[in-house]
Design a protein around this ligand. Structure first.
Ligand code: RP5
Length: 165
């Protein structure tokens, strides 16, 4: 249902975080390596066949001169979420952020933060939740857990402050 691709195996420690979110929400995904520069024909084939293979959204991560998300978005009509990665060949991550973010008009890539694969997974789930109520419910529970965690810290801090007085 969700295609997760990345330019290199070295991107896996970051991109795995998108897969973990999808696993938690019981959303099917396929994760593989597709390099825009080293396997350009594989990239074209992947992007051309993605919709007919049943994917609803593609998450694409790459570092450095990160062309994978934009090039996949130029071929498919599926939504593409781009994950800039601070890789070994990155100057400081900005190269990857700007390569993925600054797309020309007509070819959008929904770009998340540097190394923001977790948010990419959540955004993919949110896209799927527009037609899948089970996923919408899982997202509601997730949002509630975010709130609950903050409220717990509020109570902890209040408790510590009260002890001081
Ligand atoms: C990019 O170059 C990949 O997405 C990766 O982030 C980076 C470095 O790749 P390796 O040299 O580690 O394979 O294309």
């Amino acid at each position: 249902m969700v295609g997760i691709i990345m330019g290199s195996k070295s991107d896996l420690p970051i991109m795995r975080q998108a897969a973990e979110v999808l696993q938690e929400m019981e959303i099917a995904y396929e994760l593989t390596i597709v390099s825009a520069h080293r396997t350009p024909l594989r990239m074209v084939e992947y992007a051309q066949s993605a919709r007919e293979r049943g994917f609803k959204v593609i998450i694409a991560g790459a570092g450095g001169a990160a062309h994978l998300p934009g090039m996949v978005a130029s071929i498919t009509t599926l939504p593409v979420i781009g994950v800039p990665i601070k890789s070994s060949n990155s100057i400081d991550g900005w190269d990857s952020v700007l390569s993925i973010l600054q797309m020309p008009a007509g070819v959008p890539v929904a770009t998340v933060a540097l190394d923001g694969a977790k948010n990419a997974g959540i955004l993919a789930a949110q896209i799927i939740s527009t037609y899948d109520l089970r996923v919408a419910e899982a997202l509601s529970l997730f949002k509630q857990s975010l709130t609950d965690k903050v409220i717990e810290t509020v109570q902890e801090v209040e408790h510590l402050e009260n002890l001081k007085q």
